[in-house]
Design a protein around this ligand. Sequence first.
Ligand code: SF4
Ligand code: SF4
Length: 372
Amino acid sequence: MQTINIKNLEANEIIRKCVHCGFCLATCPTYQLLGSELDSPRGRVYLIKSALENNKASVQSLQHLDRCLTCRSCETTCPSGVQYGRLLDIGRALIEHKRPLWQKVYRLMVRKFLTTPPLFNTLGFLFQHSKVQTPIVIAKSTSKKVLLLGGCVQPTLAPNINHSVKNILAKLGYQVQESTQNQCCGAIDQHLNANHEALQKIKKNIDTWNSFEVIISSASGCGMMVKDYASFFAPEDAYYQKAQAISKKTQDIAQFLAPQDLSIFKTTDKKIAYHSPCTMQHGQKLAGLVESILSRLGYILAPTQDAHLCCGSAGTYSIFEAKISKQLKTNKLKHLSTGNPEVIVTANIGCLIHLQKGTKIPVKHWIELLNG
Ligand code: SF4
Ligand code: SF4
């Protein structure tokens, strides 16, 4: 793992790129809601700079960093290429020691619950969103084999998503192996600053998955994390190149399907609204890809105001920053509903579960439409 000094140098490099122009303020959800400079990207860059240069950080600094959704909308807007998400990871680790003990215990309990399948599965089924809805499709004898990242919570909360991916890929002639529930990508640990645990999971996954030529993700949060694996290692680390290889092989299911002939799938003129997760549009820079596939298949996409803004799910954000998260969800659902869609679709399990809690309109993963 990179040492803290290398990380500090990296953080300084990123900070130097910020020219304080403030363009990012207009697209930052927390600044839009709270109106405070310290809850904006520019303000948080300043807080991390203070912590780095003057060792000045407080519980309030930590609170402003906690309120950040890590949506990376600011990165999409920033004309100077400030890698804000990377800076925030370093800044959070730097200020973590200011966290009160009760918060540490609470975060530890939530993290363990979500990332320990036997624990999560005992209660997670109570919150199940969808059951498997169609028969299993068996791929005809084929040598084309891919790995599907099954995810740690998705198989319990919405098993129909991975089932749909497997059926669609089988129809296209691929044999799919699904990663097991305990092969979590590490994103939950990383979001909650448990960097050692995240790194352990990353190394184990790299060693387990390296024999596959293609790795497919149906949860954009997991896909973004795996594509980012190399950033967890210094270039001289033995895992650095292996991580780069894994990242290169990883594709969102939309990337994998976009170049394929999809004429075997039913076309329709159903009216839908699509919520593009931040991890899809800002993290993986795949804005417009799902929309183009759905349009090809005849779906009518209702226009959505402020499509660049986060829905408030943001990993575990909805648990720890419930008030802001709820407001963002209300705003998002208002915008998604204005065109009277029959169904709202998205590309990440977290957004799906979060949005469904606030609306009677069915919320699905877009891939379930293709398997319907
Ligand atoms: S847009 Fe970029 S350069 Fe401008 S203030 Fe925001 S982070 Fe700094
Ligand atoms: S990641 Fe999102 S919430 Fe955080 S500063 Fe950037 S735009 Fe604001």
